[in-house]
Design a protein around this ligand. Structure first.
Ligand code: PXG
Length: 283
C-alpha cells in the first residue's frame, strides 16, 4: 500500500505524521470517505466539493486546488491499483505548537489512503438490521454545522458504543430538540404512504452523498421523496426504514428500539432502491 502525504508516497509502515499535528492534538481537520467501484471513483466531484466547503467553514486553507486534489486522489487510486476499494481523504491543520491557536500551523497536511472497505455481510442487506436510539445527542447545528465533515466524531463514537452495547450495529441520533438527525455514520430514511422522507441537514444530518444519490434515484423511479422533520414516532410507525452511507450503501432497518418496522422484513421500496443503487455503481 502506498499512502499519499503532502505530495509524496510512503509505504504503510512509513506513513506517519507529527505528534504536533493539530489534527491529532485537537481533531482539527476534515475528511471524506469515498468508494471506488470497478475502477471508477464514485461521486468524486461531490466529495471534493464537500471537503472544500468543510475546510472553508473552519478557515482551513487546503494547499491544493480542487483540481489538484482530484488528480492526487485519482493518482493514489492508480498507484495502488485499486479497482474496488475505499479512499480516505484527510486534511489536517498541520504541525503547530501546543495550544489550540491554528495560527501556529503554517501549512495544512493532505493525506490520501486508498484502502479496502470492510463490507457489511450480505445477510444485512437481505434481512435488515436492528437499531436503537442513542442517548448521546448530535452536536447542535448552531454549534458545529453538521454539513462540516470534521475530524471530531466523539458524539458519533459514543452513540456507536451505545449501539454495540445494545447488540446493534447502528444507532439513531436525535438532535437537542428530539428530532431525528441521522445515524453515527449514515443518513436515515423512512417510507410512509409510499413517500420517502429523510431529515435535512438543519436537523443535524450530514449532507450525505449517498442520501442525495438515493433522492435522485427515487425521483428517476417516479417515487415521491422529500426532506422532512422526523421524530421517533415517525420512525416507529414507518412502513419501511433504511440507512444510507458510503460504507453501508443502503441497508434496511427492521427494528428500532424493539419496535418492529412494517412487517419486520425489508420493504418493497427499500428493495427497489437497493437494486437501483447497485445498478448505478455497477456501471
Ligand atoms: N452521517 C455521518 C455522520 C457520516 O459520517 C454519513 C452520514 C453518510 O454520508 P455519505 O456522504 O457517505 O453518504 C456519514 C459518512 C467510516 C466512514 O469509515 C464514515 C463515513 C463514510 C465512510 C466511511 O466510518 N461517514
Amino acid at each position: 500500500m502506498r499512502i499519499y502525504i503532502d505530495g509524496e508516497y510512503y509505504n504503510r509502515e512509513d506513513a506517519k505524521i507529527s505528534v504536533f499535528d493539530h489534527g491529532l492534538l485537537y481533531g482539527d481537520g476534515v475528511f471524506e470517505g469515498i468508494r471506488v467501484y470497478h475502477g471508477k471513483v464514485f461521486k468524486l466531484r461531490e466529495h471534493i466539493v464537500r471537503l472544500y466547503r468543510s475546510a472553508r467553514t473552519l478557515f482551513l486553507d487546503i494547499p491544493l486546488s480542487e483540481e489538484e486534489m482530484e488528480r492526487a486522489t485519482l493518482d493514489t487510486v492508480r498507484v495502488n491499483g485499486k479497482e474496488n476499494g475505499y479512499i480516505r481523504l484527510i486534511v489536517t491543520r498541520g504541525v503547530g505548537s501546543l495550544g489550540i491557536d491554528p495560527s501556529s500551523c503554517p501549512k495544512a497536511s493532505v493525506i490520501i489512503i486508498a484502502g479496502d472497505i470492510q463490507l457489511y455481510p450480505a445477510e444485512f442487506y437481505e434481512k435488515g438490521i436492528e437499531v436503537i436510539t442513542a442517548a448521546t445527542r448530535r452536536v447542535p447545528s448552531d454549534t458545529l454545522d453538521p454539513r462540516v465533515k470534521s475530524l471530531n466524531y466523539l458524539n458519533n463514537i459514543m452513540a456507536k458504543i451505545e449501539a454495540r452495547q445494545a447488540g446493534c450495529l447502528e444507532a439513531v441520533m436525535l438532535n437537542r430538540e428530539g428530532y431525528v438527525a441521522e445515524c453515527t455514520a449514515d443518513n436515515i430514511f423512512i417510507v410512509r404512504n409510499g413517500e420517502l422522507l429523510t431529515p435535512e441537514p438543519r436537523f443535524g444530518a450530514l449532507d450525505g452523498i449517498t442520501m442525495r444519490t438515493i433522492l435522485d434515484l427515487a425521483s428517476s423511479l417516479g417515487m415521491e421523496a422529500r426532506e422532512a422533520a422526523l421524530t421517533r414516532y415517525d420512525l416507529y410507525t414507518a412502513d419501511e426504514c433504511f440507512i444510507t452511507g458510503t460504507g453501508a450503501e443502503v441497508i434496511p432497518i427492521i427494528r428500532i428500539d424493539s419496535r418492529i418496522i412494517g412487517d419486520g422484513k425489508p420493504g418493497p421500496v427499500t428493495g427497489r432502491l437497493i437494486a437501483a443503487f447497485r445498478e448505478l455503481v455497477a456501471l
